[in-house]
Design a protein around this ligand. Structure first.
Ligand code: FE2
Ligand code: FE2
Length: 151
């Protein structure tokens, strides 16, 4: 993970924060509703065995919708206004929310494993990969760059 992280940082080093934010929104925020719908369908295929996993998935979705709205409405415009170095407080709030999201993701996946057993779960796997990469890119590349006094 550390290697991937430094590779991601290196890959974005020569590109603007505006490009990075457009990438985050386009690649990770916008596709998420469809990814959740697909994951939900995957869980529903096993009927009532997935009730608890579906409830957890729904809470994860609500949490992320609110989180991404804060990023898009408040934090990303703040960073794009070139005052990102003053955004320490909202960035800390987003980092705390990322911790909650990752915990809720683990909880949801544990319930999903219990419901689906050894069955393939490509949509849940895709959702997990997307969320982990999304959060790593924000925490390891976007936030440090936004907070740096010069960029
Ligand atoms: Fe995000
Ligand atoms: Fe985020």
């Amino acid at each position: 993970m550390a290697v991937e992280t430094s590779e991601a940082a290196a890959a974005w080093a020569g590109r603007s924060l505006a490009d990075l934010i457009a990438h985050l929104v386009g690649t990770f925020h916008r596709p998420l509703p469809v990814m959740f719908d697909d994951a939900e369908r995957e869980l529903r295929s096993v009927g009532s065995a997935a009730t608890a996993a579906l409830a957890a998935l729904d809470e994860l979705r609500s949490e992320l919708v609110a989180h991404m709205e804060k990023e898009e409405q408040i934090l990303f415009p703040w960073i794009l206004s070139a005052r990102g170095h003053t955004a320490g407080t909202p960035i800390r709030v987003m980092q705390l929310e990322h911790r909650d999201t990752l915990e809720r993701l683990e909880h949801t996946l544990a319930l999903a494993r219990a419901a689906l057993g050894d069955a393939d779960r490509p949509h849940l796997d895709a959702l997990e990969r997307s969320l982990r990469t999304h959060i790593e890119l924000e925490e390891d590349v976007l936030f440090p760059r936004a907070l740096a006094p010069t960029r």
